[in-house]
Ligand binder design. Sequence first.
Ligand SMILES: Cc1cc2nc3c(=O)[nH]c(=O)nc-3n(C[C@H](O)[C@H](O)[C@H](O)COP(=O)(O)OP(=O)(O)OC[C@H]3O[C@@H](n4cnc5c(N)ncnc54)[C@H](O)[C@@H]3O)c2cc1C
Length: 586
Amino acid sequence: KIINNPSQLGSSHYDFVVVGAGAAGPVIANRLSESPDVTVLLIEAGVSNVDQLLTMVPFLAPSLQPRSPILWNYTTVPQKGLNGRTLDYSRGRVLGGSTSVNFLIYNRGSDDDFDRLASVVQDSGWSASSVHKYFLKSEQFVSSPAQAKLVSQNADPKIHGHGPVKVSLPASPLFFDSLVVNASKSLGGRFPFNLDLQSGNNVGFSRVQSFIGLDGRRCSSAVAYIEPVQNRPNLDILIQTQVTRLIKTGVTTRGPAFNKVEMASGPSAKRFTVMASKEVILSAGSLNTPQILMLSGIGDRSALEEFDIEPIVNLPDVGKNLQDHPLMSNYFMVNSGLSTWDDVLRNTSAFNSDLAQWQSSGGGLFANAITGSYGFNRLPTDSAAFNGISDPSSGPKSGHLELIFHDGFTATVDAQPQPPKGNFITVNTAVVSPTSRGTVTLVSKDPFTFPKIDPAFLTTNFDILAMNQVVKDTHTFLSSRTFNGLISGPFGPVTEAKTDAEITAAVRDAVVTIWHPTSTASMSPRGASWGVLDSDLLVKKTSGLRVVDASVFPHIFSSHPTGSIYIIAERAADLIKEAWSIPVGP
Ligand SMILES: Cc1cc2nc3c(=O)[nH]c(=O)nc-3n(C[C@H](O)[C@H](O)[C@H](O)COP(=O)(O)OP(=O)(O)OC[C@H]3O[C@@H](n4cnc5c(N)ncnc54)[C@H](O)[C@@H]3O)c2cc1C
């Protein structure tokens, strides 16, 4: 059941306490509570997702940006690589976490990304072939009979799974996206067509599969993993409650145990505690998980002492190694041959009519995510970006770059105002194998003070050269004869830039986040002196404490992360069950 205040908890003891109901937490809570003998408490700082219209209507996801009551409303420190700009750095603060507010693009991660993970942490259980069953267990491709032709040309349903997360092609396919697919088919080479990016090969151009069910509604982790089980008698879901720290409860042969969780419903509210007799699982995301660890005395000893926090476990890598994909908008004007959604966004009656259509039937433009086509590609093999470094991608099935196509002016990414007239397309471009590394650090021992977030965007030569290349790739892609006569010209400094120096200058002014922070509590081999977790996700040198969320990846995956986090969480649930002799299901 859902509980709104810690004072209403029926018990102060559970077998497992899961902190954070984002992508990972609900998977763990759902799978552990499958066993009726096990009691589980899931604690979420944010409110319920029910009745939050903007979390449900796929097309309106960007309206939550850059600030909203259901976001944490974080800001980065000034970014040296971005001419000192600070960036809004959204995370969801609601049941479903960032899966309730994200832009719905589904990827499961490339085989190479999983194989590199297995190799780096020396655990074959994370290899692509080993986790394949968890991919199948987590997701399910859905389509309506009316989509039969679209599906046959743009997806491979037989490679998909049977899990609770529903993924689908656009309910209202747009002409522009069919042009993107045709352009990749005709260009080939560095821009190949890929029928289904969930094949394990994540290089190529394709229609987007999105986290949307046949009802036209976002399928977040809350919808997929919480709603169906929220009335289980052995599962309590406590919302509007922030975990403030974990408390040491003893010492075992592995190290200190942290089985007590402290929490409060606000900065001045009474603090409550709850005990996890078996384990605490931190799933608070890549920014809040390291913050909670540090507040609990787990982190870099000297950094903790600076804030008068007793260092209990010296793990200097907590909060280090922050990685994210830099993202930027490339705008182009289009002529009347292409009708774009700009007209809907500017016209209140058209907007209201599309919303009414979604509300009555779950269909129409608003049942689409804001992108219908995209692609990942590799840098040219002779790119100067590789000078002096080894290829940062995990292998040939992983891209270095990404191009995301939008049939309109997506003013949401870099907060450019939508021009008052004209029709546009936007190509959002990203570097998906970045080499910049940032940090999450404390600024106070007060859990309600935001941590200091420094993604350190574009602080390496590789990242800046790769970003330059993807701008040029965008021009090359759009010069395909498929677009003949449709694109009338560049719009804005990024696409108007001509020389490398002009492109670099425009890039530094334009790059923002794609909101994919990872790797701040990274796995490493058992016994390694670096990293925060062993490969079974247990926090090193501690007992009874695991991390399961986007923090755990030593290297950011070269794709949109939610699908791969579901896979990690599904395997983590089995690891936890095995550790406590709880029957593992199919
Ligand atoms: C605007 C935006 C667009 C994105 N677009 C995409 C996309 O199109 N495709 C994709 O795959 N990914 C996308 N992402 C990224 C993706 O959503 C995240 O990578 C993923 O949700 C991370 O999962 P997580 O479990 O690590 O953390 P989160 O999903 O962020 O969940 C963490 C949860 O923990 C809760 N929490 C934090 N601290 C505490 C505390 N102290 N006490 C209690 N609860 C706490 C938070 O409120 C939150 O609910 C996007 C993200 C954003 C913000």
